[in-house]
Design a protein around this ligand. Structure first.
Ligand code: SF4
Length: 117
């Protein structure tokens, strides 16, 4: 297993080779947000999971940054990531695929700040 400061796209490539590869915990949320923001030029707006979902996912990540995230925030992030499976084209599908890997391999980092006990 390796924990490196790499971006979300690189994570997916590494994950193919090593399913336990994780992103750096320190800048995880910022890394996830900047990946989503970087996708804006590709998003055409024709379908809801990608057009609205990505914006909402960014807002949820901002809640982590502002320390207002709760367990509900993480659950919604998971749901929106899953919803991207119904995107109409590979842009949304790829964002969802990459985020599924991020959530799968870095779940504890996102869970720790919002856990109730
Ligand atoms: S998934 Fe494709 S069709 Fe849907 S909004 Fe994104 S870019 Fe447009």
């Amino acid at each position: 297993m390796s924990t490196e400061s790499q971006n979300v796209k690189e994570l997916f490539e590494s994950w193919i080779l090593d399913a336990e590869t994780k992103l750096s915990e320190q800048d995880l949320v910022q890394n996830m947000k900047s990946y989503l923001v970087g996708q804006h030029p590709e998003i055409c707006g024709k379908c809801t999971p990608c057009r609205d979902g990505v914006i909402r996912m960014e807002q949820l990540l901002d809640m982590y940054t502002n320390e207002t995230a709760t367990l509900k925030t993480l659950k919604e992030l998971e749901q929106l990531t899953y919803n991207l499976r119904s995107s109409r084209c590979s842009v949304g599908l790829d964002i969802g695929k990459n985020f599924e890997v991020v959530l799968e391999n870095n779940y504890n980092t996102l869970y720790q700040p919002v856990k109730k006990y």
